[in-house]
Design a protein around this ligand. Structure first.
Ligand code: PMP
Length: 405
């Protein structure tokens, strides 16, 4: 046994696997420190991860259980069941106005797997793939995991974290990039890309022959206006791979149901990828997702309602002080707060807040350079506890700012 372990230790793992995080911290150090404090018995208020404070509804779980007990426990259809692909296609058609059929959809184990599959579909070994900074923590690692090279395009906090086509075009010129990954509504910034921003991005994609991978997993969490998918813009459907998920819209994070929506030929090839990787998503979970989608928009509104409420609470509390500023909180379950007036980096602020106030938030720097000096607050705890935490956070920032003055 020991000899085997010793020989395993010298066996070489692939660079592709060991290099997924690029040799850097994956940005979750503070989160793990908070979790360790909780395990050691500390009372920590956690505003770190994008997980609802409700569980999957019992109706959906009943549908899951009925499907499993009814026998849908064997290998399920690898592209996804026809019923679920139809339901997803209908949701996308209704939301975007772009006629979408089941041939444009394949079901994946969550949006994360869909992000991996989409990059796998359009990048070869060594290709460069663009993504916008600030970014969701897994993005550069997902790109490295398919053997490609991630290159960040910064979005300016002073412009509400809206990316600019000119910056995308410049990055393509410098790198020969083949794809661009965007996310609206955005994690971590809470920005929703405006129509002019999306038109500018679309133009940069068309002019520079880029695939667009559009992560729309927060499409049901928009606080003003409606969700706009770049796939709906002129000449974009053929070069856009839309990534979606049941995780955020239906509080089904643990069920692992997502999809890629794109041109039929891409979907055909992604089904081959699924055959050789995941072998599909469990049938009873797909049936539960089909049931959840049959409940329509009102269920999605219900799941989004706590974040809609807490966004107003956050905005209201922020107006009562002038140390911490917020980027516009337009969608998703996050507020990106600028704490530069305290004199601290986002990371130093988050660590000090954890130690002094036992409140855990994510440092902006965990999500890239463009969010330096910021912290991301996940609006994911019950309202009264949330109000209390934000008040203490703001008082802590005010104290730091006055100590500095
Ligand atoms: N994209 C973004 C922007 C996310 O925040 C997340 C999860 N936090 C995902 C994709 C992946 O979600 P899932 O795999 O649960 O669908």
């Amino acid at each position: 046994m020991r000899a085997k372990t010793a020989s395993l230790a010298v066996m070489k793992l692939s660079h592709r696997l060991t290099n997924i995080t690029g040799g850097r911290s994956d940005g979750w150090d503070l989160f793990f420190r908070a979790r360790a404090m909780i395990e050691a018995g500390a009372q920590i208020t956690e505003l770190t991860i994008g997980e609802h404070d409700i569980s999957t509804s019992t109706d959906i779980l009943d549908a899951m259980s009925a499907a499993a007990k009814g026998g849908h426990t064997g290998y399920a259809a690898i592209p996804g069941t026809t019923a679920l692909r139809k339901a997803v296609a209908a949701r996308i058609t209704a939301q975007s106005g772009v006629a979408t059929s089941i041939d444009n959809i394949t079901i994946t184990p969550g949006g994360q797997s869909a992000l991996f599959a989409s990059h796998h579909a359009v990048l070869d070994e060594g290709d460069t793939a663009l993504y916008i900074d600030p970014y969701y923590a897994t993005y550069p690692g997902t790109i490295r995991a398919v053997g490609a090279r991630p290159l960040a395009v910064p979005a300016d906090s002073a412009k509400g974290f809206q990316p600019r086509g000119a910056d995308i075009a410049a990055a393509v010129k410098a790198s020969g990039a083949k794809s661009l990954l965007i996310n609206t509504p955005n994690n971590p910034t809470g920005a929703v890309y405006s129509k002019p921003t999306l038109q500018d991005i679309a133009k940069a994609c068309i002019d520079n022959d880029l695939w667009l991978i559009s992560d729309e997993v927060y499409d049901s969490q928009i606080w003003e206006g409606a969700h706009l998918s770049p796939r709906a813009l002129p000449d974009m459907a053929d070069r856009t791979l839309l990534v979606g998920s049941m995780s955020k819209s239906h509080a089904m994070t643990g069920s692992r149901v997502g999809w890629v929506c794109g041109p039929e030929q891409v979907i055909d090839n992604l089904i081959t990828l699924s055959t050789h990787t995941t072998y599909g998503v469990p049938g009873f979970i797909q049936d539960a997702a089909t049931y959840a989608l049959s409940m329509g928009h009102s269920l999605e509104e219900q799941v989004a309602a706590p974040f809609r409420r807490r966004r107003l609470i956050t905005q209201d509390l922020l107006t009562q002080q002038n140390v911490v500023r917020a980027a516009p909180i337009q969608g998703a379950m996050y507020a990106m707060l600028d704490v530069r007036a305290t004199g601290l980096s986002g990371e130093a602020f988050a660590n000090a807040l954890l130690d002094s106030e036992q409140i855990a938030v994510m440092p902006g720097e965990s999500f890239g350079q463009a969010a330096a000096g910021h912290i991301r607050v996940a609006m994911t705890i019950e309202d009264n506890a949330y109000i209390n935490a934000i008040k203490r956070l703001l008082a802590f920032a005010a104290q730091l700012a006055s100590d500095k003055a």
